[in-house]
Design a protein around this ligand. Structure first.
Ligand SMILES: Nc1ncnc2c1ncn2[C@@H]1O[C@H](COP(=O)(O)OP(=O)(O)OP(=O)(O)O)[C@@H](O)[C@H]1O
Ligand SMILES: [Mg+2]
Length: 276
């Protein structure tokens, strides 16, 4: 496929005008939760612009506000300060033009793989023929062929995550949010899913925000990796990985850019937990 061989320009910091058209823009965002027993500042002074088609990974200690950040972008949470934009437009409520993949696949047990994916179309009242054609494409793209009619309990963990990914991509969202989508998978399946996600990202041109606890997963997949501090979560540093978009797994692991990025991030996170 021609698009697969497209070489992307390395991601760069956006200037002021480009920021207006950033796929995702967070400006000086803070989130404070007030509950009966405590006040928690989950995020503070978070500013981040993600270019259209860019892949950004977010790493940081547990509780530093990574999921909170994704929820802001999806419009499921309002910031206590600052503003959040999608394609330049302020996010004011739940957004239907994004795809969201959670840590657990969250499939409906009584629906087949195909009908779990089609759920997205039913919720959006997409025309049946368009939706079915798109499901076929996604099933082929994610290697689920032959398992369309299997129920979740008949699928492996990796296959279930693929179904969840198809469901998130069905409506061709310009922005895909993924919250530790491969955390529950074994190492080999996770590797395989990483390779597939890299290919799917190149083929679809979707902007991706991926939260992960794996430094190597972040560096293998992303253009840039956002490293966050312990709570209240702030951005410690944004690392430009500097690898071509098309990444062979084994070659990438051995490349100096990859090793430099992973060891730098490890150092930053190690320093963060030492200071905790
Ligand atoms: N709805 C809520 N009400 C109150 N506090 C909340 C709420 N959601 C999150 N928090 C608090 O905000 C902080 C950040 O939570 P968040 O889930 O974003 O962390 P995280 O970085 O995703 O952690 P993990 O890596 O463990 O998933 C935590 O201290 C959490 O207790
Ligand atoms: Mg989380």
């Amino acid at each position: 496929m021609a698009r697969e061989t497209t070489v992307r320009e390395p991601a760069v910091q956006l200037d002021k005008d480009e920021r207006q058209t950033a796929a995702v823009g967070l400006a000086d965002v803070a989130v404070r939760f007030r509950t009966k027993n405590r006040d928690v500042t989950a995020l503070e002074r978070v500013s981040l612009d993600v270019a259209p088609g860019e892949f950004v990974a977010i790493v940081g200690p547990s509780g530093c506000g990574k999921s909170t950040l994704l929820k802001l972008v999806a419009g499921l949470l309002k910031p206590s300060a600052g503003d959040v934009r999608l394609a330049g437009e302020q996010v004011r409520g739940p957004r239907h033009d994004i795809g969201y993949v959670f840590q657990r696949a969250a499939l409906l047990e009584w629906r087949s793989a195909r009908r779990n994916i089609l759920l997205q179309a039913e919720m959006r009242r997409m025309p049946g023929t368009t939706a079915r054609r798109r499901v076929d494409e996604l099933i082929a793209m994610t290697g689920l062929g032959g398992f369309e009619d299997a129920y979740p309990h008949e699928l492996s963990g990796g296959m279930q995550q693929r179904v969840a990914l198809c469901r998130a991509l069905l409506h061709e969202p310009p922005v895909l949010l993924m919250d530790e989508p491969f955390g529950a998978l074994d190492a080999l399946t996770r590797e395989q899913m990483n390779v597939e996600l890299n290919r799917i990202w190149r083929e679809t041109g979707t902007t991706v925000l991926l939260v992960t606890h794996s430094i190597s997963e972040a560096c293998y997949l992303a253009d840039r990796v956002v490293v966050m501090s312990p709570r209240p979560g702030t951005i410690t540093e944004i690392i430009e990985v500097g690898l071509p978009a098309e990444r062979n797994y084994t070659d990438t692991m051995g490349r100096p850019e990859f090793r430099e990025a992973t060891s730098h991030i490890r150092h930053l996170l190690g320093a963060a937990s030492a200071a905790d």
